[in-house]
Write a protein that binds this ligand. Structure first.
Ligand SMILES: [Zn+2]
Length: 447
């Protein structure tokens, strides 16, 4: 674990007069680790997340930091909480720091402690669902603000800390609605930060895009027949032909990853989620009957570099062609182009000045950033990228195994506190950045 605390404080001498701004209410213990553990104990776990308790906790937290706190409910029971640290220049575009409040379920028997007790082990590891994904980040944002306030730092651009519900089930009633709201237009976001992943190495990982999610179901029909009969065009035969083609495609993509030619998130993954066919009987299935319908479902993840239009053509013409009596349906189909028809990626070249400000701020803390990556799964960042906002995916957890959605998810308190320092540096730099107001997509190079 690296030392905590920043050596650089360029802004400190400037604003001594504002020393007293946040020394009022102190209803929460001003201890970052205590606050993290308390947040982890709130069961915002699907299928019935306790957002009410999270809301109460976060609203008190924001007020304790003298932030403006706005609670919006676009869908009843799904609060979106926006905290604002006002900048001195309300005309400048703002900084949005996003995190989701919800977590995925646990298989409690596989955990070494209660997943919602936030047990702190003697090593300093805090074990709990959400310790990596991503309650840690929400608390880090707020604790970084607390440290900046203690140093009398004053942002020029407004800093918004956003807590959204339902990311783990698609974000439709959370981030998607918020982005469509008037409030979102009002805050004039310049750049957003959202979740990344833990890094097992000494460097931080950072993400500039994510794979697009499609859930596909393909269905074949055919004449039923006696189990002994050989005939063309049975439902099972039609579906099996598709499965063979899909397997070959999957193998080709997987080989590119296995050979080291591409990273896992740079290839298209297609995995079978369900297979459905057969006529049920009390003891299982009727064995001497060929079914008239057969169906298969797939989870597909498409990197921004892939040709999604071609993949769709393949589905239509090869994997579920009408000539083989097949149909297909997308159970979920996320977009893969922004409103301005750009790939859903945030540029990290000269066209995006925010990126350089971010990277320099991280490196000032003495930790290196590894090469920008594509996030392997979906995050709420896609809603922002869809509208062409730059989003940097970053969860400062280094020397930590990737345990999101896994048993015994944990984060070491030293790593967590180091992450607070990272955000302190990042928030200070982004909120005082006086360069161009956002990336110029015209300058964007091919990524
Ligand atoms: Zn997450």
């Amino acid at each position: 674990m690296a030392a905590h605390g920043l050596a650089w404080i360029p802004y400190q001498p400037l604003l001594l007069g504002l020393l007293l701004i946040q020394q009022t209410a102190a209803s929460l213990p001003e201890d970052a680790v205590t606050n993290l553990r308390e947040y982890l104990r709130i069961k915002t776990v699907h299928p019935q997340p306790d957002y009410e308790a999270a809301k109460e906790f976060l609203v008190a937290y924001g007020k304790n930091l003298t932030l403006e706190v706005d609670v919006m409910e676009f869908v009843s029971g799904d609060p979106v909480i926006l905290m604002t640290w006002k900048g001195s220049n309300p005309e400048a575009s703002s900084i949005l720091l996003n995190s989701h409040m919800d977590v995925v379920p646990v298989e409690q028997v596989k955990w070494r402690h209660d997943a919602f007790e936030a047990v702190r082990e003697p090593s300093g590891d805090i074990v709990g669902r959400g310790s990596q994904d991503m309650k840690c980040v929400g608390i880090q944002y707020l604790e970084a603000i607390r440290k900046l306030q203690a140093k009398v730092f004053k942002p020029v651009r407004s800093v918004h800390v956003l807590f959204v519900p339902d990311e783990e089930i698609g974000g439709h009633d959370g981030m998607e609605r918020f982005i469509a709201s008037e409030k979102f237009s009002d805050i004039q976001v310049g750049v957003a930060l959202d979740e990344g992943l833990a890094s097992p190495t000494a460097d931080y990982r950072v993400f500039y895009g994510e794979r697009t999610l499609w859930w596909l179901s393909i269905k074949a029909v055919g004449a039923p027949g006696h189990g002994s009969k050989l005939f063309d065009g049975s439902a099972a035969e039609n579906l099996l032909k598709s499965l063979a083609l899909i397997s070959a495609y999957r193998e080709e993509e997987f080989n590119a990853y296995k050979s080291g030619e591409a990273a896992e998130a740079e290839v298209t993954s297609i995995n079978l989620s369900f297979l459905k066919a057969g006529t049920p009987s009390p003891s299982g299935f009727v064995m001497n009957l060929q079914p008239s319908e057969a169906e298969a479902g797939f989870d597909i993840r498409i990197p921004p570099s892939a040709d999604a239009e071609d993949l769709e053509r393949r589905i239509r013409e090869e994997w579920a062609p009408v000539e083989r009596n097949m149909t297909y349906e997308f159970l979920q189909k996320n977009v893969y182009r922004s409103v301005s028809a750009e790939p859903l990626v945030t540029p990290f070249d000269v066209s995006n000045p925010w990126w350089a400000v971010f990277a320099t701020a991280v490196e000032k803390t003495g930790v290196k950033l590894s090469k920008p990556e594509i996030f392997p799964a979906a995050t709420d960042g896609r809603y922002l990228r869809y509208k062409d906002f730059p989003v940097i995916g970053f969860s400062p957890m280094r020397e930590t195994p990737v345990l999101l959605h896994d048993h015994n998810e944990f984060l070491n308190e030293g790593v967590f506190l180091e992450g607070v320092d990272a955000y302190e540096s990042i928030i200070a730099a982004l909120s005082t950045f006086d360069g161009a107001d956002g990336p110029s997509y015209a300058l964007r190079e091919e990524l």
